[in-house]
Design a protein around this ligand. Structure first.
Ligand SMILES: [Zn+2]
Ligand SMILES: [Zn+2]
Length: 182
């Protein structure tokens, strides 16, 4: 099936990732996670937490309310850890390598965290490590990147190795820039 059609059937929603991360964070900090704590941490209602926990439990990601506490299953803990690691890698890549302003980088990293595959992510981590290093080649590349214009060299689409029939940079420049939320 085409990716965009399959997309909605993806098991993990963005909210689910954040609920799992909240449970993992509470377990780490307090040793337990109760419905009320999760609600406080995420700024949502207790009934919202309860219904989400039901759906996470049906997917085998949490064990719901044993003595009022929520436990992550092994797959649930894995998802929580992986999605927060994704967010950290993406944040560093967007901020440090691409030079995206902090608020936009944080927001984008948060939105992508639950979607990206471990395969792509581990390569992005490797690339980020290389590009962020003090190796002369990395320093040179960073400088060259900062100097480059956003459109194809001399607006020449033919010789650009990224663009196809149109300059992608020009189409992107036409889009309204996303205003950082302050
Ligand atoms: Zn997020
Ligand atoms: Zn181009």
């Amino acid at each position: 099936m085409e990716t965009w059609k399959r997309y909605n059937e993806k098991e993990l929603s963005h909210s689910m990732a954040h609920y799992l991360q909240a449970v993992a964070g509470l377990k780490r900090e307090k040793g337990y996670a109760r419905v009320g704590d999760i609600a406080d941490r995420l700024g949502v209602s207790k009934s919202g937490v309860t219904s989400m926990l039901r759906s996470l439990a049906s997917r085998g990601l949490v064990d719901h309310e044993r003595y009022g506490c929520v436990e992550l299953t092994e797959p649930g803990a894995e998802v929580a850890e992986r999605t927060s690691s994704n967010r950290e890698v993406l944040t560093v890549f967007l901020r440090e390598i691409l030079g995206v302003p902090d608020t936009i980088a944080d927001e984008d990293a948060c939105m992508i965290e639950h979607l990206v595959s471990p395969q792509s992510m581990s390569r992005l981590l490797r690339l980020t490590r290389v590009l962020n290093s003090d190796e002369p080649a990395a320093v040179e590349l960073r400088n060259s990147y900062r100097e480059k214009r956003r459109v194809c060299q001399d607006h020449d689409v033919e010789s650009c190795r990224v663009c196809t029939d149109r300059c992608l940079g020009e189409t992107l420049l036409q889009l309204p820039t996303k205003a950082p939320k302050e």
